[in-house]
Design a protein around this ligand. Sequence first.
Ligand code: ATP
Ligand code: MG
Length: 158
Amino acid sequence: QKVDLQELLLDLINRMKAKAERFDVEIVPQLTEASIWADRESLVHIFVNLLDNGIKYNVKGGQVIVSDSVESHQAVVTIADTGIGIPRESRNKIFEPFYTVNKDRSRQSGGTGLGLALVKQLAEKQGGTVELIDSPQGAAFRLTFPLFRVFPDKEESE
Ligand code: ATP
Ligand code: MG
């Protein structure tokens, strides 16, 4: 269905606010007015998992920046944090089920290592992609989704 990214993301950021405050992390939205073609519930799982990681693997007083843009027929959403980051040797494993970077971290945060595996599966099911991108600080994830478009010869349908 058609999903207004800004509306959905602001709603989810709001729902994560209490957790962000507990971790002393600020979520900063930088959103445009793009709409995408995707399953709303899947998007909820995708974004909540990434926001949750951005909060719990952050530092006190840190930020999670949620931004979007439109690039060649795709919507791009970037979720970047100022946290502890992901070591080079773990970069190609983090989307594997049950992978956690180290035992100390997951004990502390209680993670199972399923979050990013689900994010990847759901993003690809939407015809999208997710990747870890280089970031000067912390971790940054870049997602793409098919843009919602009304075809000129068809009526808009849900
Ligand atoms: P779950 O999401 O199942 O509760 P989890 O957060 O440990 O558990 P994933 O979300 O799959 O699992 O993440 C896998 C691992 O990648 C994490 O254990 C963590 O070490 C690392 N990681 C994920 N996101 C970040 C991030 N934003 N910053 C730093 N490390 C991260
Ligand atoms: Mg997680």
